[in-house]
Design a protein around this ligand. Structure first.
Ligand code: DMJ
Length: 590
């Protein structure tokens, strides 16, 4: 039986009434469908008629969007979002080139990740975010300082490229650590000054020429603050992983310096053999050196997620915390094998003592103010300074900090220019909650430091100044011995001026910095760069020494540039902690 015959038989078998009702329902449904379809169409037609009448009334051109669906944008010709210029250039480039660039970057990042194993190459979640990138418009004074940087860089590039130091008078070079010291110390200054071309050429040297696998004894402290610190800060600023790769390679070699009987590091370490040794000139390490590597090693641990560097370096701080002190003040020599102080060694805030105090505070800040022993040691040391080292001059009662010599701690009325980092550190401490009266000390010592520069005919400070604490026939507050009259292009006073300016907003600090810069321009600038001088006491016989120290580019010019920056929030001391070589590192929350 066919399907249609079957259906007909079933229909005929239904009772008549049921068949009539079904036919009526079906008919009604059909009429309904026809009606609703035709009524929809007529509504549309009416609307169209109405619209047409309106258009005719004002004589507008047809608007194709008049009947637009609700989700279509009101203005169909909205321009695309604006792109920065270089982005436009990129878009105009051949697409395959863009892809090539993209793949090369991706490949490079993978290579990085593989090279450092599980190390995490992103920002640490505990890091207080660095400020958004530069650039900003430089002020007129900043432009003058950029001019000094360019002049220095040109001389270095021409006569000393890849070597440690430029000899700017004779146009030659000098090596010490064999690590391209000036180039690496200058990297973040070039970045901050937005000197792109110079930065890029330096970056290429780091990528292709910088080699740590050399049979060279280097001073652990100097290499850490200048090279490791310089690479890390440049990594933080630029996010370019090549700087982190190099920092890890160097850190893995330097960490051998801690292999001593006590965990207090030896002064030197051989980069190739990774063997540590005491300095050639004596049995002990310098206190400031063993206690001024912690910011850098901690940062390396935080960016790599490898705690070993921080652990080794912080052990030294904890060990020194446990040693006896003179009201928080420390002797300047410590033995790496025994971990004990050298008896009867000098107490000073200058050479070999200085940055021990600086790093107590800065480590505390770097680690989110969580390590109380550092803050306590710092505060105790300032109390010790007030009690044992502070003195005033005659006739003008200038505040200075002298030294304690020998077993009976004889007070000596001399102060190194190096000590002039202290006003800045004190101000930084107050900004971060240290006792308010530290600011008074900072202001007074800042004034004294500036006097040691501006009372010289060159406006430049000598390495060491002696202060009169008794009235003298000369009626002068201080004097300089001929052997101490050299200026090595040091930054400490300028560094403090920058902190004082950022923290107080008082423009006098800028004025003083400008006068100092005039001295540098007038007496240190030579044909191929800037030179250290042998004598700041004469404007005629300055005795140029033919050496441009790496910290002139790393610190002196950087701090001058920052001092004249209109927007002091960019390098706010709330976000960055500058290592002792002026390399900014991020602050963490723990
Ligand atoms: C720099 O290497 C550092 O500032 C260090 O802390 C002291 N000496 C020089 C600059 O004077």
């Amino acid at each position: 039986m066919s399907k249609s015959n079957g259906r007909q038989t079933r229909w005929n078998q239904l009772p008549r009434l049921q068949r009539v009702v079904l036919l009526m329902v079906g008919g009604a449904l059909l009429i309904g469908v026809i009606y609703f379809t035709s009524s929809g169409n007529s509504e549309q037609t009416l609307q169209q008629q109405a619209q047409h009448q309106t258009h005719n009334a004002v004589d507008l051109p047809d608007d194709p969007w008049q009947n637009k669906p609700k989700d279509v944008p009101q203005n169909p010709v909205t321009p695309p979002p604006l792109l920065p210029n270089d982005h436009h250039e990129l878009l105009e480039k051949d697409n395959s080139k863009v892809n090539e660039d993209y793949h090369r970057d991706a490949e490079y990042q993978n290579k990085d990740a593989a090279a450092v194993g599980d190390n995490v190459l992103q920002d640490n979640p505990h890091q207080i975010a660095p400020p958004p990138g530069l650039p900003h418009k430089p002020t007129v004074k900043q432009e003058a300082i950029v001019g000094a940087m360019k002049h220095s860089w040109k001389g270095y590039k021409t006569y000393a490229w890849g070597h440690d130091h430029l000899k700017p008078v004779t146009g030659s070079r000098n090596d010490w650590l064999r690590l391209g010291l000036t180039l690496i110390d200058a990297l973040d200054t070039l970045w901050i000054m937005d000197l792109k071309e110079e930065f890029n050429e330096a970056r290429e040297w780091v990528a292709w020429q910088l080699n740590f696998d050399i049979n060279q004894d280097v001073n652990l402290f100097e290499t850490t603050i200048r090279v490791l610190g310089g690479l890390l800060s440049t990594y933080h600023l630029s996010k370019d992983h090549i700087f982190l790769d190099k920092a890890i390679d160097l850190g893995d070699r330097l960490v051998a310096g801690f292999n001593s009987g006590s965990g207090v590091p030896f002064a030197d370490v051989n980069l190739k053999s990774r063997k540590a040794s005491k300095p050639r000139w004596g049995p002990d390490s310098s206190t400031s050196e063993v206690s001024t590597i912690q910011l850098e090693f901690r940062d390396l641990s935080r960016v790599t997620n490898n705690p070993i560097y921080e652990e080794k370096a912080e052990f030294v701080s904890k060990h020194i915390h446990s040693l006896p002190k003179t009201d928080g003040l420390v002797p300047i020599f410590i033995n790496a094998q025994t971990g004990q102080w050298r008896s009867h060694s000098t107490i000073t805030l200058g050479a070999r003592g200085d940055s021990y105090y600086e790093y107590l505070l800065k480590q505390w800040i770097q680690s989110g103010k969580t390590k109380d022993y550092l803050r306590n040691d710092y505060n105790e040391s300032i109390t010790g300074m007030e009690k044992h080292l502070a003195a005033r001059t005659e006739p003008n009662k200038l505040l200075f900090f002298g030294e304690l010599h020998g077993s009976s701690h004889n007070f000596v009325n001399k102060m190194d220019e190096l000590t002039c980092y202290l006003p800045g550190t004190l101000a930084l401490g107050v900004k971060h909650g240290m006792p308010q009266h530290h600011m008074k000390i900072a202001e007074e010592l800042m004034y004294t430091c500036v006097q040691t520069w501006l009372r010289q005919p060159t406006n430049l400070a000598p390495e060491i100044t002696y202060f009169n604490i008794q009235p003298t026939s000369t009626n002068e507050d201080f004097y300089v011995k001929n052997n101490d009259a050299h200026y090595l292009l040091r930054p400490e006073t300028i560094e403090s001026l920058w902190y004082m300016y950022q923290i107080t907003g008082n423009k006098t600090y800028q004025d003083w910095g400008w006068q100092i810069f005039q001295g540098i321009e007038k007496y240190c600038k030579v044909a191929h760069g800037y030179t250290s001088l042998g004598n700041v006491k004469s404007t005629i016989d300055t005795k140029p020494r033919d050496k441009m120290e790496s910290f002139f580019l790393g610190e002196t010019l950087k701090y001058l540039y920052l001092l004249f920056m209109d927007d002091q929030t960019i390098f706010s001391v709330d976000k960055w902690v500058f290592n002792t070589e002026a390399h900014p590192l991020p602050i963490y929350t723990n």
